[in-house]
Design a protein around this ligand. Structure first.
Ligand code: ZN
Ligand code: ZN
Ligand code: FE
Length: 758
């Protein structure tokens, strides 16, 4: 006989891990105990060496889909004389926050019950078990048990209670356990003046959807607006009512097979689609696959996801076609999540609301993932991930709250060797978004039982996240440069302390010289950075307005490339812009009036896109830049010329030769796809040339590719293919490359700046 202690770190609490271990132990024949500990789960197992080996092997082999093992550490302990395997109650000490796991997609066992006529949960929209169901979005406090969830008002019936109490049952201690007898119920609220009919809510909602109606559906972290994705008129109606012109909608499909019919899907993409987090996955859509053109009018990228609640499964099953499922809100406001606000906010948008009486405690938008140049990457880390801990290779010396950036805001709290991202907040541009931001921070502080007295924020004084930081009393504020934070987030993901060569390409970020940065080569350490290279700035006439009216950026490119006198045929590339508007922008640029300098690589995408595609405006952030990407002709391998001015500090990339060459090409009727490819190749060449030069000068450092521009598959893939030292390249996976990932870096830099002080 021998004894083994197995300590497991990761998401192993609240996912049915202990009962699963119990069942495995009983099957294999080991005795001992399993308990939650502050960092995960500890198992002490006793038996013959052969049985213990088998136990450990199976533990690692068929782990639960919802569990996420980060580390498994095994030690030998003295034998004990026991006759059973037991689950020990959780101690009062330790990290109680770990007990709230993220929301988990409906498991296979529950899905089968849902479809089984003979099961007591047949067709029940709130079926769940220890391995699946709502968690973070129903938790009202800690520790995570039923009394501290929005299920507290429902008393379990005898049958449910028996499952809950039976350690051999797959619903043992499943906090949201429910059935049609005792649990939440659906209802349908008609907003179109019609009286609800007598049939059940789900069937009626499905019938409405089949007739082209817009139906709001209450999900895990908020309401979706749903409509038939194959019905162009329905999708158009939804766009009009939601005030969303062209931004693509996500589409939910019933199964992986249905997804394959609509998009090209690789093995990595399939894994993302079916993961317990169930993110929206951005895929290459198939032409003429039956979806309405209006779903994603101007891009080949299609966001698909699979059902993640029983309600979704039932609805998709009843409707028998793909459904647009988009966050229920108007424009950029936060997602709607309360029954009482739903009717008021969705009046005039939805024809009916399919709702239920289980409250959402915390709103949480869908997450978004994409395979970028071979790397599965989380682009928006929210439902399914929050509040999963992110382990730090170097602990912080004190708890830190990091407020994130401005667009696609996410905040982060770091404490000890762990960091927690909050849910996706969105663009901090409205009062409603700011309220959500503050409320979410309060809540995360409550469930983590921490009130950090260090608050990290962006250097931009105008960001609402910065202003919020400054309203916190009795805290130490630390301003962190935007691109340094991007790089530090990626360093943290790879457990690297620095120095690192950071390449941060994005749309904008406040620079220490007051200009907008975003084409930055930074030598990064944990607490400081040195700026080695950047891009020659453009003047953005009208400031943020230029992000929508991208012709202003196109004009700025021309104005700079031709020393203020662009030839008239180049001006004609700007499309239908009034000559008087162009004269005004010219003046603004020349006088530097409301025309801030910007170095963001993303702005070059906007500007080149405007010129080559003749598209004067973006109806949503990055629209023209994305279109510019997508037209690129992959078979074109030559690049536009550029210069790098090494006499300046930092070095400066000059793309004016590329602008002139592109104008010549466009005048010579070269296809926009070829122009786009040469532009992309120029950026690849710029990056590779700078990296090789910096490696030669600074030593063989790891390179961190970060910033929103690296959501672009072409750039990341080609840079990787062309640099000499590929194994030094760091790319994003778990932490978003865009501004949604920045808060982690802010927290770590703030901690490093303060060092051992205070
Ligand atoms: Zn389940
Ligand atoms: Zn029940
Ligand atoms: Fe950024």
């Amino acid at each position: 006989m021998a004894g083994h202690r197995i300590q497991i770190r990761g998401t192993v609490q609240g996912v049915g891990f202990r009962p699963w271990v119990y069942r495995l132990a009983s099957r294999v024949g080991v005795v001992g105990r399993v308990r939650n500990d502050p960092r995960g789960v500890t198992i002490e197992a006793f038996g013959s060496q052969a049985i213990l080996d088998r136990f450990t092997k199976e533990l690692q082999r068929d782990t639960l889909p919802a569990a996420h093992i980060v580390e498994l550490c095994e030690t030998t302990i003295p034998d004990e004389d026991l006759d059973a395997f037991v689950i020990e109650p959780s101690g009062a000490t330790g990290h109680r926050a770990l007990s709230i796991p993220p929301d988990l997609a409906t498991c296979e066992d529950c899905r089968k019950e849902l479809l089984d006529r003979h099961d007591r949960r047949f067709g029940y929209a709130f079926t769940n078990c220890t391995a699946c169901g709502p968690r973070f979005t129903i938790a009202t406090g800690i520790p995570y048990d039923r009394a501290a969830t929005t299920m507290s008002g429902f008393t379990m019936c005898a049958a449910c209670q028996a499952e809950y109490d039976d350690v051999g049952d797959r619903r043992f201690h499943a906090q949201p356990n429910a059935c049609p007898e005792c649990g939440p119920a659906l209802s349908l609220d008609r907003l179109d003046g019609q009286a609800p009919s007598e049939v059940n809510a789900l069937a009626e909602a499905a019938a409405l959807l089949s007739r082209g109606a817009v139906v709001a559906v209450k999900g895990l972290g908020g309401f979706h607006l749903a409509c038939d994705a194959s019905d162009g008129a329905a999708v158009r109606r939804l766009r009009e009512r939601k005030h969303r012109d062209e931004k693509p909608f996500a589409v939910m499909v019933a199964s992986l097979d249905a997804a394959h019919a609509l998009a090209e899907i690789s093995a990595d993409e399939e894994a993302l689609l079916t993961a317990a987090e169930r993110p929206v996955v951005l895929l290459r859509g198939r032409q003429d696959a039956g979806l309405a053109l209006e779903v994603s009018p101007d891009t080949a990228l299609l966001g698909l996801f699979l059902p993640y609640t029983p309600l979704h499964h039932l609805l998709l099953d009843a409707v028998q076609r793909p459904l647009v499922m988009t966050s229920a809100n108007v424009s950029d406001e936060p997602i709607c999540y309360e029954n009482r606000e739903a009717r008021q906010r969705l009046e005039g948008i939805a024809d009916a609301i399919l709702l239920h009486n289980r409250e959402i405690a915390m709103r949480c938008d869908d997450s978004v993932s994409r395979v970028i140049a071979g790397t599965p990457t989380i682009m928006r880390r929210s439902r399914g991930f929050v509040p999963r801990p992110f382990y730090l290779s170097r602990p912080v010396a004190r708890p830190v709250l990091a407020c994130g950036a401005h667009l696609k805001n996410t905040f982060c709290i770091a404490m000890g060797d762990t960091a927690y991202f909050g849910p996706h907040i969105g663009d901090l541009e409205t009062v409603a978004a700011l309220d959500f931001f503050e409320e979410a921070i309060e809540r995360m502080q409550t469930i983590l039982e921490v009130r950090p007295d260090v608050v990290a924020h962006d250097l931009h004084p105008g960001y609402l996240s910065t202003r919020y930081a400054k309203t916190r009393d009795d805290v130490t504020l630390v301003g962190v440069q935007h691109h340094h934070a991007h790089v530090a987030s990626l360093m943290a993901e790879h457990g690297i302390q620095g120095p690192v060569l950071g390449v941060a390409y994005d749309g904008t970020g406040f620079g220490e010289d007051g200009t907008s940065w975003g084409g930055e080569f930074l030598l990064c350490f944990a607490e400081r950075y040195e700026r080695l290279a950047t891009f020659r700035p453009l003047r953005l006439a009208g400031g943020d307005l230029a992000m929508r009216e991208v012709w202003r950026i196109g004009y700025a490119l021309l104005h700079d490339a031709y020393d203020g006198a662009p030839p008239s045929d180049s001006i004609s590339l700007l499309g239908d812009v009034r000559p008087s508007s162009i004269r005004l922008v010219k003046q603004m640029i020349e006088r530097g009036l409301n025309a801030p300098q910007a170095r963001g690589v993303g702005r070059f995408f906007d500007g080149f896109g405007a010129l080559a595609l003749g598209r004067a405006r973006s109806t949503y952030e990055g629209q023209v830049a994305i279109a510019w990407d997508q037209v690129a002709n992959e078979s074109v391998s030559n690049a536009y010329p550029f210069e790098i001015d090494r006499m300046r500090t930092p070095w400066e990339v000059d793309l004016r030769p590329a602008v002139r060459a592109a104008v010549d090409d466009l005048g010579g009727a070269v296809h926009a796809g070829d122009v786009s490819a040469r532009f992309h190749n120029a950026l690849v060449a710029v990056t590779v040339e700078l990296l090789e030069a910096l490696w030669a000068e600074r030593g063989d450092l790891p390179v961190a590719l970060t910033g929103g521009v690296f959501q672009n598959a072409w750039l990341a893939g080609e840079i990787e293919a062309k640099i000499s030292n590929k194994n030094r390249l760091l790319r994003h996976g778990e932490v978003p490359p865009g501004d949604g990932g920045i808060a982690l870096g802010q927290a770590l830099i703030a901690d490093a700046i303060l060092g051992d002080k205070g």
